[in-house]
Design a protein around this ligand. Sequence first.
Ligand code: SF4
Ligand code: SF4
Length: 228
Amino acid sequence: MFILYRDMRLYGQMENYYTEARKQGVFFVRFDKDHPPVAKASDEGMLVTVKDHVLQRDIEICADILTLSAGLMPNLSDELTNKMKLNANPEGYFLEAHVKLRPVDMGTEAVFLCGTAHSPQLVSEAIVQASAAASRAVTILSKDEIKLSAIKAEVFPDHCVKCLTCVRSCPFEVPQFNVAKGEIEIDPALCQGCGVCACVCPRQAIKLNNYEDNQITCEIETLLAEGI
Ligand code: SF4
Ligand code: SF4
């Protein structure tokens, strides 16, 4: 048996499978993407020619059976990504909030991911990740009430000049211009406390609770005073 491959990742205990396969006489031949294997029918059966990257020469394999293992390609929907404010990596798979601390949470609260939405996976891996995502969802669905973080943005209408910079900048589209009142409003139930609006407001008309300027200044002064 010959396995022609471009790249191989043997994470976790998978190295054992590779070692066992080599012991049983399976050959692994790596090929360059510019020189893919060529298969053609011959009198002796299917003839596969591949350039071995170690030997730097073509080798010919006469095969009884030729099996193609197709790669997995992500198929992201821009509409879904934009509507749900989801992040994706450069390869096109959805990105978790934190690879170790929140591995099945997405950046958007109460959205969880698993399986091949996250990365190419074995079925066993997808099942484990799906169980984790379901468990995370249950932590929300099992509660009658949800406690929100106290870190929320708040607008000072007197300082606001209605430039709408915060409306355009908020990654969660929380600040809204209330036409009837002529004011910018931030719904504390929707605000994620990221602080972007407070940073970009040219009038400093938005404060982020627990991260107000005087609190941060006080912390810095205390640290400097104690020589830390
Ligand atoms: S960025 Fe500041 S000044 Fe501009 S609309 Fe928002 S709160 Fe008002
Ligand atoms: S703190 Fe972040 S989520 Fe909340 S309104 Fe400002 S930009 Fe939006």
